[in-house]
Design a protein around this ligand. Structure first.
Ligand code: SAM
Ligand code: SF4
Ligand code: F3S
Length: 468
């Protein structure tokens, strides 16, 4: 690998100059600019949103959630399903009103939708109040692009297709708290036939183990206690180098401190016994695995281009559980892939019953223009897909409730992360398996690990009492 273009120090320092120039521009006018960064989609986008906020902070911006107060509105978008796109177009439409009241307001669209030519063309033609459009490839150049908008008062579109690059050392403004995200790789090479991500995020490229380790070490030293490594397919991290994902995990696990290390997502094709052994032997690695299976039927899996079978998936789960009997498992699944029959959807439901996931992210198939699946015949009516979807959900909800009920009576280690809106159980936290817990105890516990006696549950969460 590594034909990946690494953005140079000189290129990044130019961006720092643009940040200072924008800051100076506002200082001259004694203005205190305010930005709204609205992020949709997956954790990768959340991590990107934190980078954009970091750059904005360097430019002198503070932050708001109210678009009427904002000098700059930045929509950091997701293209994975049609619904996500519709919401963004709805929000863009609503911003015509705020811009009418405040004509100096800058409206910017970035993220995965912005990288789709279909979307950027529509914005160019029909949303003339949008000043700046840039895709994930141009994220590191945001200061320069914004400068152009301010300086020339023109619309700027930075949406060229490219394989992708890596920019180390862009600033980051993380959400306060105990949880932090670390992208270890970008892009995807898998081209699952339903998925838009490889088209908008470019080819797979990994950061160096040194860069990842330095970031995780810094986070642990700054007091973060739940660190999630991010990639579309972390199991192919470092492909072609001598550092694979399990080796990276083992290396990070040696960083001293009290913290949990998690990762997402894993692709079953590349998951390995070596990974499970590393997890089992780790001191900090949470015994939790998000392993999307998408379908329990081999014909559908093949049509999805997932490159594993139901049997292979089940044998991976067996191996993972043999290494870690307490493993908490979650997954993603799609119902209604083009041409999926009722019997094939039933295979998905039977896999769910067989494995027993703590939680599932369930999706109704959404055609994404430009992907292979979008041109496949899709004769099953929406209502029928919905019926199968509801059937799957009922099976999963019963299983989630049963697995959570089985925790009652046990004491679990919980990372307390905040206050709940339930006065009877005022604190919230997460277990090693990333299960949500509401519990009683002193607010001083927030920010640390504590043992909680589990006393009750719902389908999606646990209730308990802190033992300290
Ligand atoms: N890279 C990860 C993987 O392969 O497991 C997940 C990436 S995707 C952002 C998150 C989930 O969205 C997928 O696992 C899939 O279940 C779902 N998804 C992706 N494209 C979809 C589509 N066209 N319709 C419905 N769900 C979709
Ligand atoms: Fe999409 Fe498949 Fe890549 Fe995941 S592995 S991002 S589902 S193409
Ligand atoms: Fe994530 Fe959506 Fe892009 S799920 S990678 S933000 S298309």
């Amino acid at each position: 690998m590594n034909e990946t273009r690494q953005i140079t120090e000189a290129e990044l320092s130019r961006q720092r100059e643009y940040e200072r120039a924008i800051r100076a521009r506002f200082e001259e006018r004694e203005a205190h600019p305010v930005a709204l960064v609205d992020t949709f989609g997956c954790q990768q986008n959340v991590a990107d949103g934190e980078r954009l906020a970091g750059m904005l902070k360097n430019m002198g911006f503070s932050f708001t959630k109210d678009p009427r107060e904002a000098d700059l509105v930045l929509l950091n978008t997701c293209a994975v399903r049609e619904h996500a796109e519709q919401r963004v177009f709805g929000n863009l439409g609503a911003l015509t009103h705020t811009k009418r009241e405040n004509p100096a307001q800058i409206i910017a669209l970035c993220g995965c939708m912005a990288q789709e030519p279909r979307v950027s063309e529509r914005v160019r033609r029909s949303y003339s109040h949008v000043d700046l459009v840039f895709g994930p490839h141009a994220l590191w150049r945001f200061p320069e692009l914004l400068w152009e908008v301010y300086e020339h008062r023109t619309r700027v579109f930075a949406v060229e297709e490219e394989a992708g690059s890596i920019a180390e050392g862009t600033p980051v403004e993380r959400n306060a708290g105990v949880r932090a995200w670390v992208s270890i790789m970008y892009g995807c090479n898998n081209f699952c036939s339903y998925c838009i991500v490889p088209y908008v995020r470019g080819r797979e490229r990994s950061r160096t183990p040194e860069a990842v380790e330095a970031e995780v070490r810094e986070l642990v030293e700054a007091g973060y206690k739940d660190i999630t490594l991010l990639g579309q397919n972390v199991n192919s991290y470092g492909r072609g180098t001598d550092c694979d994902f399990a080796t990276l995990l083992a290396r990070l696990d040696r960083i001293p401190g009290r913290y949990w290390l998690r990762f997402m997502s894993s692709h079953p094709r590349d998951a390995s016994d070596k990974l499970f052994r590393t997890m089992a032997n780790g001191e900090h690695i949470a015994r939790q695995l998000h392993l999307p299976f998408q379908s329990g039927n081999d014909r559908v899996l093949q049509a999805m281009n997932r490159r594993y079978t139901r049997e292979r998936y089940l044998s991976l789960i067996a191996a993972a559980r043999a290494a870690m009997p307490e493993l908490v498992l979650t997954s993603d699944v799609i119902i209604g892939f083009p041409g999926e029959t009722e019997a094939e959807a039933d295979d998905t439901i039977s896999l769910v019953e067989e494995v027993g996931f703590h939680a599932l992210f369930t999706f109704l198939y959404s055609p994404r223009p430009g992907t292979k699946a979008a041109s496949m015949p899709d004769p099953v009516p929406r209502e029928e897909k919905q019926r199968r979807f509801d059937k799957l959900l009922a099976v999963q909800n019963a299983r989630s409730a049963a697995l959570h009920a089985a925790c009652v009576g046990r004491t679990l280690r919980v990372l307390a992360d905040g206050r709940s809106d339930d006065p009877a159980y005022p604190l919230t936290g997460r277990t090693e398996g990333n299960r949500l817990v509401r519990f009683t105890g002193s607010p001083d516990l927030i920010g640390g690990f504590t043992d909680v006696a589990i006393t009750g549950n719902t389908t999606w969460s646990l209730y308990g009492e802190a033992e300290t």
